[in-house]
Design a protein around this ligand. Structure first.
Ligand code: SAM
Length: 313
């Protein structure tokens, strides 16, 4: 590939008109005209090859280095996409990521384009990539991303549960105090929660959810997303526990759980009468307001003004 070709569109990244603006051109970290290296975090399909982006194909074809968890998965991906890769392939997984990241930083510093992939989905999301991304960023070198599917967001969108605020919990610890502590800490979590789970642990995890969050809490099992046997099962945790007992569950699983209901706002009259009772018992108005505001979550100032008005009425 010539420098000119590379400079024009290394990873299929920008529409030609965007490149016409010299300002945009300079800002585009993917272009190689200045010999700048970069780490590219590449999202790959989570089951359906057709979800691979054009940018991913182009990056696979042009990267100087491709860092992967498993070289066989890379071969399958490239063959499936009909892409010829010529970059040097390096293995980057949970067990060598620390050591490997130094080598990747050096490569980026030397002007190389390093494409980092995980086996499926977005690197860094319950997958390797974070250590390298963080090391390259720390070295003040460019990191960019080719977004692709991630099972977490795919499941959240499909779940039908509130998407406005959510928390990604990844894999729970399999057992022990770490698992129970995490479940306890999530009992009052108001945001929708997303968990990854293996099929053979799904029954135990749903049962633990029912215990920690209450069996009436709504939840969704998302199985084999984007694949032929994609399946989404919605119900209360009690329903899902009953369902999983009857099912030989297979494939890849994401569990999405509704958040806890927000605590009800206290009645204004109740909090006011608490303040007045404290004052009656000899406490100063300001300190009574501060104490009741802290307990009830209402504004101290509003409470003080309401108490003054009540006292003067
Ligand atoms: N980096 C990936 C991502 O962005 O989604 C996640 C990798 S993590 C090691 C693998 C877990 O993701 C699986 O055990 C499962 O919980 C979830 N997962 C991945 N692909 C999935 C799919 N097609 N359907 C359902 N869950 C999936």
């Amino acid at each position: 590939m010539t420098a000119e070709q590379i400079g024009a569109d290394t990873t299929g990244l920008h529409a030609p008109e965007a490149l016409e603006s010299s300002e945009t051109h300079q800002a585009a970290p993917e272009t190689r005209t200045d010999g700048t290296g970069q780490l590219i975090l590449g999202g790959t399909p989570i089951g359906n090859l057709q979800d691979a982006s054009e940018r991913l194909r182009a990056a696979l074809a042009s990267a100087d280095i491709i860092a992967v968890e498993d070289t066989r998965k890379l071969r399958t991906l490239a063959a499936g996409l009909g892409v010829h890769t010529s970059g040097r392939v390096l293995v980057n997984h949970d067990h060598n990521e620390e050591a490997r990241s130094a080598q990747l930083v050096e490569a980026v510093a030397a002007g190389q384009h390093v494409l980092l992939l995980s086996d499926a989905g977005m690197p860094t999301i319950s997958d390797p990539g974070y250590v390298a991304a963080s090391a390259v960023a720390q070295a003040n070198l460019p990191v960019t991303v080719i977004p692709g599917p991630s099972a977490a967001l795919t499941a959240l969108a499909l779940s039908g549960l509130p998407t406005g605020r959510f928390t990604f919990e990844g894999f729970l610890a399999r057992k022990g105090s770490e698992r129970s502590r995490r479940l306890r800490s999530l009992a009052d979590e108001e945001r929708t929660m997303i968990f990854y789970e293996s099929p053979h642990r799904t029954a135990a995890t749903l049962a633990d959810f029912a215990q920690a969050f209450g069996s009436e809490r709504r939840a969704v099992v998302c199985r084999e997303l984007t694949k032929l046997h994609e399946e989404v099962i919605r119900g209360s945790l009690a329903d899902l526990v009953a369902w999983v007992e009857e099912t030989q569950i297979r494939g890849e699983i994401v569990l999405v759980v509704e958040g806890a209901p927000a605590p009800e706002a206290p009645e204004a009259e109740d909090v006011l009468s608490q303040v007045l009772a404290r004052v009656e018992a000899g406490e100063r108005l300001k300190s009574a307001c501060a104490a009741v505001a802290a307990e009830s979550g209402v504004s101290k100032r509003d409470l003080y003004e309401a108490a003054l008005a009540a006292r003067n009425s």
